[in-house]
Design a protein. Structure first.
Length: 434
């Protein structure tokens, strides 16, 4: 990813230096295990650790690879340059390149998952704070973009909290599923390496042994991982779209924080645009772009091919770096989001009580009017509000058929906002606990 949408901790996971360091640790731990089993001399295993403080020369490895056309061989050649050819004689014994590549990739994905989990936890903190801050801030709910019935801004934040909390669980599950390693040799049969080597390497790297691999770790794990990133990205877009809608001039119930010196338009000095959430909508598309290729990587020829390799070299860093940046940006947007309760109330009252239509409908049916007739009575008065700008309550009070079923006091009571917020505490307890 370009630096504009990258954060350093996540970028570092995918650097060549980090990759080669993980490759080295895999090989060194494997040598340790083989020495413990008496397969290779202990002094050779110890010699490998002479390179533990070495900064591997990426340019030199690239130079070797230009000749060998094989990245793992290029790395092993470079490692031998540091520790000596004789000392490196048993490095990679019984292993295949995918043992190194796949185990390393999963180490990188688990580290990336740890950052994303922390990102989600930070976002949840921000959403919870804003939910309680605006627990009773009444705003109009919308369906199809049209006024429906009253809700609260706190419930909007709580809804997003619940969604992101599910995503946190998904991310933790995805991390657990991807945290496997394989040191099982060509086609995964352990023919030339003891399974205990795999167990030792995985233990040292914080992984568990893949129960059965071929020459590669099964890619359904990776498909599930990237699908989870895609779902999280969609949830980011879900929140971003709501904020973008609220910031529309005709709505203006909330807006992104506009900092001192910020400019909204090169042409129109008055502009304050929802640029951050628009950016998040775009970044979500980039993350989801990784999902289909990850799914297509599941089907490989026989015990392996490398059709998945070029895909993962791209989507691994791109999807995790982008999602990390997006989660951080969304957290900042939520933290600083400016809320306008007065505008929320003004918007709700724009159609003079129309949003209370269902309460009147239900009251009429409870008073003995058939549902069909009740709907007709309420709708004909509601249409006067839409088409003629009338006041809904006034029209109801002037409708003889309505007042034949409901008293003035009963009609008045149906316009109490508190009716719509009486279960907010119950919902909050469900979302946040006691």
């Amino acid at each position: 990813m370009i630096p504009r949408y990258s954060r350093p901790d996540m970028v570092a996971i995918w650097s060549p230096e980090t990759k080669f360091r993980i490759w080295y640790e895999i090989e060194a731990h494997a040598c340790d295990a083989m020495a413990d089993l008496g397969v290779i001399p202990r002094e050779n295993a110890e010699a490998v650790w002479k390179a533990k403080d070495v900064d591997f020369d990426v340019a030199r490895i690239d130079e070797i690879e230009a000749v060998t056309k094989h990245d793992v061989i290029a790395f092993l050649t470079h490692l031998a340059e540091h520790i000596g050819s004789e000392e490196a004689r048993f490095v990679h014994q019984g292993m295949t390149s995918s043992d190194v590549l796949d185990t390393c990739f999963n180490v990188q994905l688990t580290r990336a998952a740890d950052i994303l989990i922390a990102d989600l936890e930070g976002l949840l903190t921000a959403l919870k704070r804003r939910a309680y801050e605006h627990k009773e801030t009444v705003r109009i709910g919308r369906s199809h973009g049209i006024h429906a019935e009253p809700t609260t801004m706190g419930l909007t934040f709580a809804r997003f909290y619940a969604e992101m909390d599910r995503n946190l669980s998904r991310m933790r599950d995805a991390r657990a599923e991807i945290a496997t390693g394989a040191i099982s040799g060509a086609v995964g049969t352990f023919a030339n390496i003891d399974p205990r080597v795999e167990e030792h390497v995985c233990d040292q790297l914080g992984l568990v042994p893949e129960p059965i691999s071929t020459q590669v770790i099964p890619r359904d794990r990776h498909a599930a991982f990237f699908a989870t990133l895609g779902v999280i990205a969609s949830s980011i877009e879900n929140i971003a779209i709501e904020i973008r809608h609220m910031q529309r001039t005709e709505v203006l119930e909330a807006e992104e924080f506009f900092s001192k010196g910020q400019k909204g338009s090169s042409a129109m000095p008055h502009k304050r645009n929802p640029v951050l959430t628009e950016n998040l909508t775009g970044l979500a598309r980039l993350v989801r772009m990784a999902v289909v290729p990850a799914m297509e990587n599941v089907a490989l020829w026989h015990e392996r091919d490398i059709s998945h390799s070029s895909v993962e070299r791209n989507i691994g860093p791109d999807a995790t770096i982008t999602l990390d940046f997006a989660l951080s940006r969304l957290t900042s947007v939520v933290d600083k989001l400016v809320i306008y309760p007065e505008n929320m109330m003004a918007n709700m009252n724009k159609f003079r009580g129309l949003v209370m239509s269902q309460r009147v409908l239900l009251a009429l049916t409870q008073a003995g009017v058939s549902r069909e007739d009740a709907y007709r009575l309420v709708q004909r008065n509601a249409m006067k509000v839409w088409e003629e700008g009338k006041d809904f309550k006034t029209e109801l009070l002037g409708d003889a058929e309505v007042t034949a079923a409901l008293t003035k006091e009963e009609i008045e009571e149906k316009f109490d906002l508190g009716y719509h917020t009486k279960h907010v505490d119950t919902i909050f307890e469900r979302v946040f606990g006691e």
